[in-house]
Write a protein that binds this ligand. Structure first.
Ligand SMILES: Cc1ncc(C[n+]2csc(CCOP(=O)(O)OP(=O)(O)O)c2C)c(N)n1
Length: 464
């Protein structure tokens, strides 16, 4: 049997930004909207079993693909015609450590009978002759501008010295690695350098005079970026992909995190005591930036039920230096936007999955004697519902229930991706024997429900 992607194919379509462009390849009444790839792929398996026809599951990149592995194995050994279609980044981004980019082929190679890689523009005409099921079609979707800049890895301090001699006004973008980068950020700030420390660095409070939004507005003032730590979260970083400023990264994984740039595989935390590094920096002139006076505080007062105001109240509720686990998507971004206090922050920014977030925070709580505070979105919480059964006493779970995957709304993707809903987590939490509240109290599961209209209005005013 040959296989062609026709519009009649039933597809369990899992929400994601990368695979958004694939929505058009299916008829609307053949689409089943999903958020959990493991569950969705098992549903597809069941449907393929009873119908005897191929059924597809479409996922975004990263761990969304690996979540289908058990189903693919079951399909392979029971000869079920399952088709995985994954959205991926273009070839030149593979192996760079760019956000949510992993090697999909390696993930499914022992689970599928046929693997093909195809560019989005060639997908409609793809025909597989007698493929062996299950099939994995990995679709390369171009989202970066073509350029002839190159990647240089395995560099050292002498290369950094040459880089530093050619620049005059760098931004130090400190992201994260396994240990806190707070001592390093303190030392960089003492030299009056322009430093932006992301929340996962453990030092965002020290640079909170610079917000991500103000950075975006004054980014033309920097002639280069010195990135310290793993791939950053900031939009500023992603924009480099089109702006092509010179970038030098200190990343112990030896990954550029972009499709260009220079990298030294040096641990970020070790730079704190690296005399050569600080000697080179002493040659850089400190430079005054345009001050952006605008503060988010009046907007937080004006829109008290917005997601950002609720996040701020949550931060006020947490003790200084608390251990906080932040789920991906809007939670980590909004947390950073309003953060002024010091926290020890954990997250999953290796490949940015929304899977297993509550379970990870449980592991952290089990390894600590302190109280741990886990903050996740509602879709992320649904993905890991089983974990609510096992919350240890020293873990508080905050679910920011904004009624769907609102990140997709901010990215202006098709509304079907948001998977809007109006349920709450009260009965689930109570069924698992957890105490539950909608207020900032001592309960184990605290569900906070922002008013979406207020969030939209606040963001609109903030961005103008
Ligand atoms: C395993 C996995 N599947 C899919 C995605 C794509 N994805 C990124 S954010 C997101 C929605 C998150 O929704 P929610 O937790 O409610 O947070 P919100 O955007 O509303 O803040 C999805 C599905 C992913 N990152 N990881």
């Amino acid at each position: 049997m040959n296989f062609k992607l026709d519009k009649n194919l039933i597809c369990y379509f899992c929400a994601g930004a990368r695979n958004h462009a694939l929505l058009d390849y299916f008829q609307e009444n053949n689409l089943r909207s999903e958020y959990d790839e493991r569950m969705a792929s098992f549903k597809a398996l069941g449907l393929a079993k009873i119908s005897g026809s191929p059924v597809a599951i479409c996922t975004t990149s990263g761990t969304a693909v690996s979540q289908t592995v058990s189903t693919l194995l079951e399909a392979r050994y029971s000869q079920v015609p399952l088709v995985l279609i994954s959205g991926d980044r273009p070839k030149k981004m593979h192996g760079t450590g760019a956000p949510q980019t992993i090697n999909h082929r390696e993930v499914t190679q022992n689970c599928v009978g046929t693997y093909v890689e195809v560019k989005l523009e060639d997908l409609a005409s793809l025909e597989l002759i007698n493929p062996e099921f299950p099939i994995h079609i990995n679709v390369l979707i171009n989202d970066t501008t073509e350029h002839d800049l190159k990647i240089e890895t395995n560099l050292d301090m002498s290369d950094f010295k040459k880089f530093a001699q050619k620049i005059s006004k760098p931004l130090f973008l400190v992201s994260h690695e396994l240990t806190s980068l707070r001592p390093l950020v303190k030392k960089l700030l003492s030299l009056n350098l322009n430093v932006y420390a992301e929340t996962l660095s453990g030092a965002h409070d020290l640079t909170s005079h610079l917000t991500e939004a103000s950075l975006l507005k004054i980014r033309h003032e920097f002639d280069s970026v010195i990135r310290i730590g793993h791939t950053p979260l900031s939009k500023m970083w992603r924009l480099l992909e089109s702006e092509h400023k010179p970038v030098f990264s200190f990343d112990s994984r030896n990954l550029p995190g972009l499709s260009y740039g220079q990298v030294a595989p040096i641990k970020a935390a070790s730079l704190t005591d690296n005399e050569i590094f600080f000697d080179i920096l002493s040659g850089l002139k400190s430079s005054q930036l345009t001050t952006i006076e605008k503060s988010i505080k009046p907007l937080l007062t004006k829109y008290p039920q917005s997601e950002l105001s609720i996040m701020k109240k949550l931060q006020d509720f947490l003790p200084e230096n608390a251990i906080v686990y932040l789920g991906n998507s809007l939670v980590i971004r909004y947390f950073e936007m309003v953060q002024e206090k010091a926290f020890q922050v954990f997250g999953a920014r290796g490949v940015n999955g929304i899977d297993g977030q509550i379970a990870q925070s449980i592991g952290i709580a089990e390894g600590s004697t302190e109280q741990v505070y886990c903050i996740v979105g509602d879709m992320t919480a649904q993905y890991d519902l089983n974990s609510i059964r096992h919350l240890p006493k020293n873990l508080t779970l905050f679910i920011i229930n904004n009624g769907g995957g609102r990140i997709f709304e901010t990215l202006k993707l098709k509304p079907i991706m948001v998977m809007e809903h109006d349920f709450n987590f009260k009965e689930v939490a109570q069924a698992f024997g957890m105490t539950y509240s909608r207020e900032l109290t001592q309960a184990q599961v605290i569900e906070l429900r922002p008013a979406q209209v207020e969030t939209r209005n606040l963001l609109q005013e903030w961005n103008t």
